[in-house]
Design a protein around this ligand. Structure first.
Ligand code: 13P
Length: 253
């Protein structure tokens, strides 16, 4: 059985004070929740949010939104894997479409980050997804295949127990347009097939694949009802307790 994994990506939102306030609300409301849950505040709030989670023994995981590809050195503006682990981060989001498209991160750079994070014991959420024009020109699967295969190039199967894949079609991010549950399920099935071909049936059956892109309390249940959708990576709706809590507790809606 794959574990359901619901994650909130706070992107470039929340001062430390605002982050603490939201983390406190989530911790209180989600104490009984058995699903795997992660929140990824901005770097500046990681340390303080970790304290909030630790104070109440919360099993909400602390995530980071990015990481540098080198272990240390003269890399102005980058954050290392060691720094993330030091403040209690256990999962890092890599290859997010905003990193790929706004900051031009190529697949080989993302691959270096994925390898480094996994080798140092951080879990990774690797994001893949096509743009609207790629979907309209019928190459969505090729794009996702390239991003995935290049992203995990050179990584042995045994290291991939720490990998979650997030399918986030770029045209559905922050736009209010969600992929239909059927379209998302189809792409997730395609991704599972790629994992089976490159590694094994066992890994393809066990790997968690999240959907991301305008997930809201109103659509999460239908998405999660699909066989190949094992969780959600939530942006906008993770910024408020009143929308993130019902997403996590979609099975009680
Ligand atoms: P939205 O939920 O705001 O569409 O963002 C999705 C996302 O990019 C999560 O990483």
């Amino acid at each position: 059985m794959r574990k359901i994994f619901i994650a909130g990506n706070w992107k470039m939102h929340k001062t430390v004070g605002e982050a603490v306030e939201l983390a406190r609300e989530l911790v209180t409301a989600l104490t009984e929740e058995k699903k795997k849950i992660m929140i990824a505040p901005p770097f500046t709030a990681l340390n303080t949010v970790k304290e909030v989670l630790a104070e109440s023994n919360s099993n909400i995981l602390l995530g980071a939104q990015n990481m540098g590809p080198e272990e240390e050195g003269a890399h102005t503006g980058e954050i290392s894997v060691k720094m993330l682990k030091d403040v209690g981060v256990s999962v890092v989001i890599l290859g997010h479409s905003e990193r790929r498209h706004i900051y031009n991160e190529p697949d080989d750079l993302i691959n270096r980050k994925v390898k480094l994070a996994l080798s140092k014991g951080l879990e990774v959420i690797l994001c893949v997804g096509e743009t609207l024009s790629e979907r309209e020109s019928g190459i969505a699967e090729n794009v996702v295949e390239n991003q995935l295969i290049r992203g995990i190039e050179g990584i042995a199967e045994k290291q991939l127990s720490g990998l979650t894949i997030a399918y986030e079609p770029v045209w559905a991010i922050g736009t209010g347009k969600t992929a239909t549950p059927e379209d998302a399920d189809k792409m997730h099935g395609f991704i599972r097939g790629l994992i089976e071909k490159k590694y094994s049936k066992k890994l393809s059956e066990n790997i968690t694949i999240q959907y991301g892109g305008s997930v809201k309390p109103g659509n999460v249940k239908d998405l999660m009802a699909k066989d190949n959708i094992d969780g959600a990576l939530v942006g906008g709706a993770s910024l408020k307790a009143e929308t993130f809590i019902p997403i996590v507790r979609y099975d009680k809606l």
